[in-house]
Design a protein around this ligand. Sequence first.
Ligand code: 6PG
Length: 244
Amino acid sequence: MAQSLRPDFEVLEDLDALSHEAARYVMLSAREAVICTGRCTIALAGGETPRRLYELLGSEDYRGAVPWDEIDWFWGDERCVPPDDPRSNYRLAHETMLERAGVSPSRVHRMSGETRPPSRAARSYEALVRDIVPDQTFDLVILGVGADGHTASLFPGHAALEERERLVVAVTADKGREVPKRITMTFPLLDRARSLLVLAAGASKRGVVHAVRSDPTAAAIRYPVARLRPAGHLTWLLDRAAAQ
Ligand code: 6PG
């Protein structure tokens, strides 16, 4: 049964407090999944907001509390750049968290941003997800949100918002985007997750946060993130600047 329209919202003082709460959420979700199934699948967000979260998880504070050896890591979206490109979502998580935690490369499943055409990378990533994620149901998906309400690389007005069959697609965002060519999970895959965690920090996210909190149905017309209807839990972690 789809999640009720109203997600859980938690407001933290600032990005650091939000990142600590998110790290606790990731740690507890992973430990619960491993206790229940012996493994855990997590899809990571890109952009800047999760940087501090990843740094924390890779730090002395949290590293010992995460069951790294039982977690398979994925990405919700990727820019079509090589993995060592400073704009790569893979590179962000690798250098701040996965490398520091000594995660085995066999557990790290990045989208191939360097593959051309991107549609080929999308198809092979979907095949990978179908192959190694039981029932294509992630234990946890971490997402950011843009000021325009995009999440992953699902942008307002884009045909990918209407995709109901494919689980991963290639998209071309507006020219003004940082790296317009992207690979992204679609709503059919995101909504299968047991838990979705949306991180929103900063005043630029205030408009979309207010819209989603006040009228999620109306917000879904304008903001892709408001269309998330996971079968499991949907939790937003906000800082004060985004929540005012
Ligand atoms: C990306 C992300 C994207 C991001 C939002 C928010 O590849 O850019 O997947 O969806 O989460 O754009 O970005 P910030 O966290 O930098 O505000």
